[in-house]
Design a protein around this ligand. Structure first.
Ligand SMILES: Nc1ncnc2c1ncn2[C@@H]1O[C@H](COP(=O)(O)OP(=O)(O)O)[C@@H](O)[C@H]1O
Ligand SMILES: [Mg+2]
Length: 309
């Protein structure tokens, strides 16, 4: 028996109703701050980072909720929209501070000729880190996601900027006007910057995440508060599933079995992510849920181990 609620494989066009998406896959994206269930010790770690004005380095397996921590903190403490900096091997500190479109400005100067205003402001935009360091009444929330994927020098360069809490935009420092209104990251909001110097007055709340693919130098670690996502337990997974999905009375049996199987596989050393479990629960308790042998094979499909292909 195959599970074929939508696609059947006969190539005949038809209209199908795909039903409601899982709540965490509805678009436009909604924040997950109310669903997140902080694991033991995380609340203390966040409060320590807030008290000490230090970044929080969260390490853990893929799908353990690392990137979601900051959404809850930012929502609860009204820190505004989370500034996200997703790190790859090509990420540079300079890009995260600000971006200057020199070519765009030259083109504009050519078009306008000598009579043009030659304003620099439209060609400058703060990056996520630069925006987090702009002065403001409330600290901003900055996610430095997957910092272990970065180029080797980036973590130390980043902490150097965070120690000082300020940086210079040389293009503005030598500009004719002392004050220039610069645009925030992914926003139309503008901030006056004096002589190209950006200096924070409330240290941002920063979460850096790592899948643990790299060891960081001691000089880096000592400047962070570190937290490792613990292995989920039966109890924590029940809470997480309940927070994301309304499981009906009649379906608690299969859901319990899924959670128990999930915990047993984790205990045996397999690598599985919490969102795989959520996916399995969504499919197996949905209106188009497979049954019998199909249910087993679909569960296997969704809960495939993460290490290896
Ligand atoms: N403790 C938790 N409480 C609620 N949901 C969680 C928890 N841990 C993980 N999830 C869910 O699992 C998914 C993956 O989390 P994410 O933060 O992207 O993981 P990571 O960044 O560690 O790879 C998210 O949809 C999140 O809502
Ligand atoms: Mg993540």
């Amino acid at each position: 028996m195959t599970w074929s609620p939508y696609y059947v494989g006969d190539g005949r066009p038809r209209e199908v109703d795909l039903g409601d998406p899982p709540p965490w896959r509805s678009f436009p994206r909604r924040a997950h701050h109310e669903q997140f269930q902080p694991p033991p010790g995380l609340v203390e770690a966040v409060n320590a980072a807030l008290t000490l004005c230090r970044p929080l380095l969260v390490t853990g397996a893929p799908g353990s909720g690392k990137s979601t921590v900051i959404e809850q903190v930012a929502a609860e403490l009204r820190l505004g929209t989370v500034l996200r900096w997703h790190i790859t091997s090509r990420s540079t500190l300079a890009d995260a501070l600000y971006r200057y479109d020199a070519l765009g400005r030259i083109h504009a100067q050519r078009l306008q000729g000598a009579a043009g205003s030659d304003d620099i402001a439209p060609f400058l935009q703060m990056g996520p880190l630069g925006t987090a360091l702009l002065p403001g009444k409330r600290p901003r929330a900055l996610l430095v996601d997957e910092i272990d994927k970065s180029d080797l020098d980036l973590p130390s360069d980043l902490l150097y900027v965070l120690e000082r809490g300020e940086f210079e935009v040389p293009e503005l420092a030598r500009y004719r006007d002392d004050v220039v209104d610069v645009r925030e990251w992914q926003s139309e909001r503008r901030h006056p910057v004096m002589k190209g110097r950006i200096r924070c007055d409330t240290f941002p709340f920063i979460v850096m995440t790592s899948n643990g693919e790299r060891d960081f130098p001691a000089a880096f670690l000592r400047r962070c508060i570190r937290y490792s996502m613990p292995m989920p337990t039966l109890e924590s997974l029940h809470r997480i599933v309940a927070a994301h999905l309304a499981v009906e009375e009649g379906q608690s049996g299969p859901v319990d079995a899924l959670i128990e199987g999930f915990v047993a596989r984790l205990a045996a050393g397999e690598s599985l992510a919490v969102d795989q479990l959520l996916n399995a629960v969504h499919v197996l308790t949905g209106t188009q849920a497979p049954s019998g042998e199909a249910a087993r094979s679909v569960t296997e499909l969704i809960l495939r181990e993460l290490s290896g292909a």
